[in-house]
Design a protein. Structure first.
Length: 412
């Protein structure tokens, strides 16, 4: 379901110190399943060789020397027409000016002129060159013609300046490319709210009660929804994982904060997927100062937290939103029975049950072994899968439910 899989990407590399990042980008795209053809400008070959790109992509990398080869008259047309996406990273000020002008004096410029596919440009240059009105006008023109401009970022530049001009990191560019290809997915135009991580319930200013949830499964769910073109609000308790590109993150700590964030995000959402491990109880009193050991072991009184899923599911008939509500059941025993009870009690469309005591499933690891139990009585036992694959299975089911929900005529 990774939307980059099988895509043909034409990577243009132009003369900047950021060329080394382009090799990493080519490698990441190849690992994501794309066929990457690289074109280097003459200036780029001063920084990096075609061989580097050939080694990481397993495909030929072209230079202006190939323009006048035996198949010269078709090379740029062939490359341009086969491409699903043209990425120019790094894109220098000179290349941006040439693209804006429609120059046709190099293999890359010729190919860019001939290409009709979407294009993504990642500028890299010194701060003053970037802010120059000529560069800004070129970028504006290229954006108006439909190019997606990614970056540049603020930071340390080769000149020693700290300014805007650094090429965006390859991982972030990869995220933008993923988003570009996801635009036509089955969840296009749909808003999906995903929660992730374990809530933290404060005891005093330095301590909290929490659980082992890493947030990995929730983040994988958010990515899978983005890969289908959804608009994703990711309500999370963790800062340890990178936010999937395109997701709107909302950082919370406690169950009460998560409830507020979920209620707000769900006002305009079609889907809620609660992958977070929400603490059922919180300390009844939060000490304003650090609890000192001299006063002896404290007795901590707990008070129940709101059940977020149950609250949202109950409000559903009033607001008609979300159309699909999915929960997780973290169990250490009687998996199916306990999950079935939660499914019904919380009024869910389906529940993802996992045995969190298994060493290869549940908290922190990259794999999961889950059973999907539907409100319609279906039970689907999935084998050991990566959390990414589990997320894809969950989203496939969500798409089906959503299609059924929107196809159904509304009752008067
Ligand atoms: N959940 C919730 N609000 C809570 C507790 C849990 O929304 N206060 C959600 C979780 O995000 C999950 C589902 O309910 O999607 C089931 O959570 P789980 O911890 O397995 O079950 P609990 O309802 O907390 O019951 P128990 O702890 O007794 O197993």
């Amino acid at each position: 379901m990774n939307p980059i899989q099988g895509k043909r990407i034409l990577l243009g590399v132009t003369g900047s110190i950021a060329c080394y990042k382009a090799a990493d980008l080519a490698s990441k795209l190849t690992q994501a399943g794309a066929q990457v053809d690289t074109i280097l400008t003459k200036a780029a070959t001063q920084f990096i060789t075609p061989l580097t790109f050939q080694a990481v992509t397993g495909r030929r990398a072209y230079t202006d020397g190939d323009l006048w080869g035996h198949d010269a008259h078709v090379l740029h047309i062939g490359l341009a027409h086969q491409a699903d996406l043209l990425v120019i990273a790094p894109a220098t000020a000179n290349t941006l000016a040439q693209l804006a002008q429609g120059s046709a004096d190099s293999l890359l410029n010729l190919t860019a002129l001939a290409a009709t596919c979407p294009r993504l440009l990642a500028p890299a240059m010194d701060g003053g060159m970037y802010t120059h009105p000529a560069t800004q006008a070129n970028l504006q023109l290229l954006a108006e013609r439909g190019a997606r401009i990614v970056g540049p970022e603020e930071g340390h530049l080769a000149s020693g300046l700290v300014a805007r001009g650094r090429m965006t990191e390859p991982l972030a560019i990869l995220g933008h490319i993923r988003q570009l290809f996801a635009q036509s997915g089955a969840l296009r135009g749909r808003r999906v709210v995903v929660t992730a991580g374990g809530t933290r319930e404060p005891l005093d200013p330095v301590r909290f009660l929490s659980n082992h949830s890493s947030g990995k499964q929730g983040y994988a769910v958010a990515q899978a929804a983005l890969d289908l073109g959804a608009e994703v609000v990711l309500i999370t308790t963790t800062t340890a994982l990178p936010t999937p590109s395109g997701a709107q993150p909302v950082l919370v700590n406690t169950a009460a904060e998560m409830l507020d964030a979920v209620q707000q995000a769900c006002q305009a959402a079609e889907v809620l997927i609660m992958a977070a491990a929400v603490a059922d109880f919180r300390p009844a009193q939060v000490a304003t100062q650090k609890i000192k050991k001299q006063t002896g072991a404290p007795t901590i009184e707990l008070t129940p937290n709101p059940d977020i899923l149950a609250t949202l599911a109950q409000q559903r008939p009033l607001h008609d939103r979300p159309l699909v509500v999915v929960g997780f059941a973290a169990e250490t025993e009687n998996l199916a029975t306990n999950a079935q009870v939660k499914l019904q009690k919380k009024g869910l469309d389906f529940i993802v049950a996992n045995d969190v005591s298994a060493p290869d499933a549940g908290f922190a690891v990259d794999t999961n072994r889950v059973t999907l139990l539907g409100a319609d009585g279906t039970v689907e036992i999935l084998p050991l899968l990566s959390k990414t694959e589990v997320a894809e299975q969950i989203l496939q089911r969500v798409v089906k439910l959503l299609n059924n929900a929107t196809a159904k005529p509304k009752l008067p």
